[in-house]
Design a protein around this ligand. Structure first.
Ligand code: BYC
Length: 327
């Protein structure tokens, strides 16, 4: 295929056709390539929401670092939460390749204008929640993010490769916490079941609204930003997770869940979409607390940003010995 060149001599319609042909041929669009404005906007929206989710997602688990039941668990949880910070940083950088300014993205988050994943607006009440988050939330994230490694925008796709490797470790450590609890005392098993009861439905909501209510699905699938629809990924997640629930000896809080022999899939009960839309509108159990924590961190970190900028400016204007000699 011809290299994807951006030349001003090419007519706008030809540019658009070339872009569509590139996407159809499964080629990657890179930061400096021509792209339709809406493709750029859609990517900035999705990538920045994803970055915000990683950063806000540090809070529910960060809440348990000082209360982890052993030194080993503390070290693992600390590493996991640090990984999420790293994911946020790769993703903000990927959004910057599209012309977004990080300060604007951060302002949108702390002023409550930007979305982040609904799941992080639920509280972490017990240690078992560290297991359920790793197992279910990171499990759902992997299901959603592995296809993003093949997304049409190169910098996003490449960032996702490393993110997915780390998420895979997160998912396993979460499942191991659940397994240990389920092999423990009655009280520990009850704690694991209670946690599954509280995280099951919010985890299914992470995949986004049903396909018929999804505003961006069709276009994002056509541009190969999304490779599978919200409902397809949700179904894959349920099919993958139910055998794991059985292995743990737990049950999901869905009395309508049943195996359909003819389709080879589990059928799930109705999701409470009212709850989902309420949470993403800012009215979930912890939305206000999460934004307040993020605002405080931003305020407390101001001196670090100022010091880094002052240092960068000093380096920029510093006269080196060679420059002095040349003068
Ligand atoms: N929560 O048209 P739709 C992690 C919004 S973090 C909130 O289907 P789209 C982790 C959606 O934005 C992993 N909002 O949208 C971190 C849209 O609103 P706007 C986070 C949601 O984009 C720390 C409207 O609903 N993963 O793993 O085609 C610790 C209509 O939806 C949600 C990502 O961000 C939601 N759950 O599809 C542990 C993955 N769902 O923008 C773990 C990247 C939908 O029009 N993102 N909305 O105002 C995606 O794959 C897609 O953006 C989604 C939604 C599948 C999430």
């Amino acid at each position: 295929m011809e290299p994807y060149i951006c030349s001003e001599s090419i007519h706008a319609m030809d540019l658009n056709q070339r872009f569509e042909d590139y996407i159809a041929a499964d080629q990657k669009i890179e930061a400096k390539d021509w792209m339709p404005d809406d493709y750029r906007k859609t990517l900035i929206r999705q990538i920045s929401q994803h970055a915000h989710s990683e950063i806000i997602g540090m809070l529910p688990e960060g809440n348990w670092i000082t209360r982890a039941p052993s030194l080993q668990r503390k070290a693992i949880l600390l590493a996991k939460v640090q990984d999420e910070a790293g994911h946020g940083l790769y993703l903000y950088s990927a959004a910057e390749t599209l012309g977004a300014q990080r300060d604007d993205l951060m302002d949108a988050l702390i002023e409550g204008r930007a979305k982040y994943s609904s799941i992080f607006n639920y509280p972490t009440l017990t240690w078992a929640d560290m297991g359920a988050i790793g197992w279910l939330v990171d499990g759902a994230a992997i299901m959603n993010q592995v296809p993003l490694c093949k997304c049409s925008y190169g910098p996003y796709a490449r960032a996702m490769v490393r993110v997915c490797k780390e998420e895979s470790f997160h998912q396993r450590q979460g499942f191991q916490i659940m397994l240990n609890l389920c092999e423990g005392t009655d009280e520990q098993r009850e704690m694991a079941q209670d946690s599954l009861n509280r995280w099951w439905w919010p985890s299914l909501m992470m995949f986004g609204p049903n396909d018929e209510s999804s505003t961006h699905n069709e276009q994002s699938m056509r541009w190969k930003i999304k490779r599978f629809s919200n409902d397809e990924l949700r179904q894959r997640f349920v099919d993958m997770t139910i055998p794991q629930v059985e292995l743990l000896g737990l049950t999901v809080p869905d009395k309508d869940l049943k195996w359909n022999q003819s389709t080879g899939h589990y059928e799930m009960g109705a999701i409470d979409w009212q709850e989902f839309f309420n949470v993403i509108a800012g009215n979930g159990p912890c939305n206000k607390e999460r934004i307040a924590a993020r605002k405080k961190a931003h305020r407390d970190g101001q001196w670090v940003r100022q010091a880094a900028s002052a240092y960068a400016e000093k380096m920029r204007t510093k006269v080196t010995p060679n420059q002095t000699n040349a003068a």
